[in-house]
Design a protein. Structure first.
Length: 424
């Protein structure tokens, strides 16, 4: 090993400690919510680039400023291999998704979180093969010609319309023309979803609660005034008041369920679940409700367990909403059939079919929208809140499944959920 290589190797060993220290400090400040953490990124990036680039860099420049010393023996090969693997580990295990690119937007290095976020990332390949957002690509190109850092926000990224804040820093290696761009990604998806849910909750709740609340207030005023001593009026009004209060309670419960479903839509569940057992439990709990409406429930389930990866509570709510929907809109004296099967690709197919009046084709694409009703008066009359299928949609999305709705007027409706294969 040449003297210059030995000196470079020593400084790199010292640089590892500095890199790890800065990365730890940045992570600690970021976890504490401090914006100062982002100011440390250029320093961390500089250390990263000096390791990623080949040839002489900041390590050699720093070492040559020291007084000459006696030539040291060559460092053992195992020590060099250890230092290289340690730096690779620091990059790979960085606390946020991180990508380092060259001036021509080629990937030099990426952390494990970045490769998981963008599966198409490959070293020595253009970053545009993995991230096709034009705003991001323009920002990376602009960064190659400037020294100031910049921050951009990207929206609508696949899958599930993710929103990301990207911190882009241009870094150079002292004493060399070598340079690179470091991009650190911050996921804003849940934060923005929470904000949207807060706004939607206020708007939708105020609209949907206004009618039953006004009805309750009107009955209370009547019972406190003209009908204060009217026993017949109390007997007539109190059941109506109870019904309106129950409607508000159902609405609030569905709004909260929808909020939870939307908030966790990006967290794919992994627990093994027998969906057949879920269906049997729901059939037991809704049997009385179906009989009261004159609807029969029929199961068509295989004898063997049908396993999927999911969240038990979410799956209970998903199946319950679909079966309740079939009971409410199925015709009296008819059957609601719940079945399980497998598709050609191995997916597990849950089907809930009713024999109600059916749904016109123009309504089907909008059935999963919040508060959308094909027949507003009938939906409210049977106790619907307009949120059941919206909740189903988000639970389906969380399980990376698909919802298909087939219906014709006069022939009922068939709601199918296609879950990915258990091993997929």
């Amino acid at each position: 090993m040449s003297p210059d290589a030995v000196r470079l190797h020593r400084v790199r060993l010292a640089g590892i400690a500095g890199l790890a220290g800065m990365a730890s400090s940045a992570l600690a400040l970021w976890l504490a919510g401090g914006a100062v953490a982002w100011s440390l990124l250029p320093g961390v990036a500089g250390c990263l680039v000096s390791w990623i680039m080949t040839g002489e860099g900041v390590g050699v420049a720093a070492e040559t400023e020291r007084p000459p010393a006696a030539e040291a023996p060559a460092a053992p090969a195992v020590e060099a291999a250890f230092s290289a693997s340690l730096v690779a580990g620091v990059i790979n295990d960085f606390a946020l998704p991180l990508i380092v690119t060259s001036d021509n937007a080629t990937v030099l290095a990426a952390s494990a979180l970045a490769r998981n976020m963008f599966p198409g990332l490959q070293r020595s390949r253009p970053v545009s093969l993995a991230i096709r957002d034009p705003d991001f690509l323009d920002a990376v190109t602009e960064a190659a010609g400037q020294t100031a850092s910049q921050t951009i926000v990207l929206g609508g990224l696949p899958p599930l319309n993710r929103a990301l804040r990207v911190h882009i820093n241009r870094v150079t290696v002292a004493g060399s023309a070598e340079a690179a761009t470091i991009c650190v990604f911050e996921d804003l998806t849940e934060q923005q979803a929470t904000e949207r849910m807060r706004v939607d909750f206020i708007a939708n709740a105020s609209h949907e609660l206004r009618t039953p609340l006004a009805s309750l207030l009107g009955f209370v005023e009547t019972l406190q005034g003209p009908a204060r001593d009217d026993a017949k009026a109390r007997e007539r009004f109190l059941p109506i008041m109870r019904e309106q209060a129950g409607r508000m309670a159902r609405l609030i419960d569905d709004l909260l369920s929808l909020s939870r479903a939307e908030l966790r839509a990006h967290q794919q569940p992994t627990a093994p679940i027998d969906i057949g057992a879920i269906i049997r439990e729901i059939m037991d709990s809704l049997g009385l409700s179906a009989r009261e409406r004159g609807v029969a429930l029929e199961m068509q389930l295989p004898d063997e367990p049908m396993m999927i990866r999911g969240d038990r509570d979410d799956l209970l709510r998903l199946v319950e909403n679909l079966v309740e929907n079939g009971i409410r809109y199925g015709r009296e004296g008819k059957v609601v059939t719940i079945s399980l099967g497998r598709g050609a690709g191995g997916e597990v197919i849950l089907s809930v079919r009713d024999h109600g009046p059916g749904i016109a084709a123009e309504h089907i694409p909008r059935l999963t929208e919040r508060f959308y009703r094909a027949d507003v008066s009938h939906s409210r009359e049977i106790g619907g809140t307009g949120l059941g299928l919206a909740i189903v949609k988000h639970l389906v999305m969380r399980h990376r499944a698909r919802l298909e709705i087939e219906s014709r007027l006069g022939e009922g409706a068939d709601f199918k959920v296609l879950f990915p294969p258990y091993g997929g």
